[in-house]
Write a protein that binds this ligand. Sequence first.
Ligand code: SAH
Length: 222
Amino acid sequence: MARPAPETRRRRRRMVATQLAARALRDRRALAAMAWVPREWFVPPALAADAYDDAPLPIGDGQTISQPYVVALMTACVAPRRRDRVLEIGTGSGYQTAVLARLAGMVFTVERLPDLLVEAEDRFRRLGLTNIRTRLGDGAEGWVEYAPFDGILVTAAVPQVPAPLTEQLALGGRLVVPIGDLAAQELVILRRTAGGVEERRAGGVRFVPLISRLAFSELPRR
Ligand code: SAH
């Protein structure tokens, strides 16, 4: 498990240097995790040659695996420590989950589409990542049995933060979420402190929408 896919290590190192470090991403732990996870395992086989492109890619069911820079940026915003419990909403390919699992104590991830979840679980097994729990359902509800979380990532767009997620954030915990409309969002980082919730912003992004009664009311939910 220490060194998966050594044949693509050079492509990963180049990705880290040219797409992440070159854009002033300095979080060494996030960069190390990005240099470890074989991204070509998380894209459809026909797109393996494009796996390290500076772009999101389709993964089926109308969904996408995020651009490497966005995965690294969200990881750095949450900055998971070795004992942290992290919740991810929108497992998708499982790529972001795998990056988090290299850094956190335990990762909890929720996906609404069963086909995607089954494929992601298979990748976690093949990579020997045993600190991941998965659930099929509406991630906007969080995962109350395992709350509170030191970090929460929402990897789908929402018009506002779903209330259960803020409620499940531990003291000192960081929540990263793309907030906006269907066309464009801004990455918002909330941090729970003794005095309340601090907010900062980390730039524009484009995610597929979260499908939930707690998200965009104009979208069908099935
Ligand atoms: N983190 C993913 C990117 C996922 S794209 C990756 O690295 O590949 C967004 C994902 O959110 C899609 O897989 C979509 O099916 C899922 N999703 C949409 N609405 C959801 C909801 N209410 N609960 C859980 N997952 C949801």
